[in-house]
Design a protein around this ligand. Sequence first.
Ligand code: SAM
Ligand code: SF4
Length: 330
Amino acid sequence: MSGHLQDHFERRIDYMRISVTDRCNLRCIYCMPSEGVRFIEHREILRYEEILRIVRIATRLGISKVRITGGEPLVRKDIVRLIESLAEMTEIEDISLTTNGVLLKAYAGDLSRAGLQRVNVSLDSLSPERYEIITRGRHLSDVWDGIEEAENAGLKPVKINIVPIKGFNDDEILDFAMLTLRRPVDVRFIEFMPIGAKEMWDERKYISTGEIKERIRTLGDLVPDRSERQAGPAENYRLPGAVGVIGFISPLTNHFCSSCNRLRLTADGKMRPCLFSESEIDLKNPIRNGCDDTEIERLLSLAVSVKPKEHRLGERIPRRFQRTMSKIGG
Ligand code: SAM
Ligand code: SF4
């Protein structure tokens, strides 16, 4: 059977984000608590064979793009093998990965040879001292080495994702924007969301895309950039003369829900139709109980059919979610 997944709001679903682990080699202070994190038990984590089976069936329903995330995907053993197997599926046109970049120097070459096309690196400060504080002790130089290695390996353009948080790193917004003047990187500003370490979320620390743009405009006009196909939720711009692109991802202020094309698979095998909805559809138990492919197709279609029209975060309900980003797969 082949076809395509379309939800009740005429959105075509062709993109799956796959979390391969909820573990991480960092403890970014807005994402994870410093200790006492309860990880999913190993036996509850999908094995690669199980992930590949789900993706293979999903491709028959029209999934053609995948992104590997976590937790930190590069801490999962044999991650290159998973990428290689995904790359063998001819229906998959695009394979990307989101990482904190700390292990990227060691992995970039192998990932690229395995068939990875692009990489997003999360980086919330350009100051080595502050980076150590945010990540609770890691070194910024490792991330830069990783970005350089990724560029050399052809994983281009590297996208650098920053979450600006008021009174924390928002004084670096212009420095991040200026990176695009001299380096061919995409810098993407992501609105802070009420998901993650509970001691960090506070509405007063949130900065809207509108405010971020206003600050960046003090450097020059933000010229809409249409060079990249608009596959994702980012709005892209360039500063005059810049080699890189500035993107804005605005889960709270811009309802990109109407063009949402994705499903998420959590590390413990749940399909999550929407980042901001707690509803999940279990695939792991049916698979381990020996269900056939048709049943998996049915469950994937069910996940799509319950995709909400839009989330209500813009109404600023300062509520937090059961799973942190590292557990959902950011
Ligand atoms: N470990 C990888 C990394 O850091 O890129 C992948 C997983 S991480 C959960 C994915 C993204 O979620 C990161 O860019 C991180 O900044 C973002 N994130 C985590 N908590 C967030 C929050 N409360 N608001 C906005 N973004 C958040
Ligand atoms: Fe780990 Fe990524 Fe969360 Fe930082 S943002 S703690 S790197 S999962």
